[in-house]
Design a binder for this molecule. Structure first.
Ligand SMILES: C[S@@+](CC[C@H](N)C(=O)[O-])C[C@H]1O[C@@H](n2cnc3c(N)ncnc32)[C@H](O)[C@@H]1O
Length: 238
């Protein structure tokens, strides 16, 4: 997979891809990530990317020309990919959307700034608008890091074990079960006995039950969406 990010602050995103799972995926050739400076695609001496909004109002709006030039230039290099505009007005990112985007061969991600981008970018350049949540960031860069991470870790071979993405939260419409590691007792708090029992069937049943309890307690909306028969799930005490 190839991911191109376009931003006026390349260092804000570039460092995030130099570590951990994303770095390893790049090193293994699972994903190629390129960060492009939008100002390279301006045509004036001051490398202007913004201008006053028509109709007045606070703040500046990002001009359309550099975005079109950047994306058209990138698309000359092979697969046109899916062009994603990051905006709080977009479809909210969830694991299902991350999976769909992870299946694309190429993503071109546009990071807005200021009051946002000229509407013609949304209408005539972007294929998808994505939001990472119902709050407003100062720029699309943190959102681009979130989206890229969510998509890269779903690439086959990106994680040590494929099982990790199968069992984690949201994978099956449920939150993940609680995790413990050594020591078996810490400050008097013991790891649940079943996890120390060596009985794999019992561990499996306990985890499944924990997933259901947690999801019911914390995210009943997910259960409603799942529409699954969850049987007799007792409320956990907290
Ligand atoms: C200050 S915001 C602009 C918000 C815009 N005036 C509005 O009310 O919809 C600047 C840029 O940050 C990015 N951004 C802000 N919040 C975001 C979010 N929740 N998800 C994705 N991108 C976001 C977008 O790229 C946006 O163009």
């Amino acid at each position: 997979m190839r991911i191109d990010l376009v931003t006026i602050f390349p260092p804000l995103v570039a460092g995030a891809f130099e570590h951990s799972i994303v770095r390893r995926a790049r090193d293994r050739g699972i994903v190629e990530i390129y960060v492009h400076d939008l100002r390279r695609y301006t045509s004036d001496r001051h490398r202007t990317v913004d201008d006053y909004p028509y109709g007045g109002g606070a703040g500046m709006v990002m001009k359309p020309e550099p975005w079109f030039r950047a994306v058209e230039h990138l698309r000359e290099q092979g697969n046109p990919g899916r062009c994603i505009l990051l905006t709080p007005q977009g479809r909210r990112l969830d694991q299902a959307l991350a999976r769909r985007l992870a299946a694309e061969e190429r993503l071109i991600i546009l990071c807005g700034r200021y009051e946002g981008v000229d509407e013609r970018v949304r209408e005539h350049l972007a294929d998808v608008e994505v939001s990472i949540g119902d709050y407003v960031l100062s720029g699309g860069e943190p959102a681009a890091v979130v989206l890229t991470d969510a998509v890269v870790r779903l690439q086959p071979g990106a994680l040590g074990s494929l099982q990790s993405t199968v069992e984690e939260s949201f994978a099956e419409g449920l939150l993940e079960y609680p995790q413990y590691t050594r020591p078996p007792e810490f400050r008097g708090w013991r790891v649940p006995e079943v996890l120390l029992s060596g009985d794999h069937g019992a561990v499996e049943r306990w985890r499944r039950e924990q997933q259901r309890q947690r999801t019911r307690q914390r995210r009943p909306d997910m259960l409603a969406e799942l529409g699954a028969d969850l049987g007799d799930v007792s409320e956990a005490t907290s």
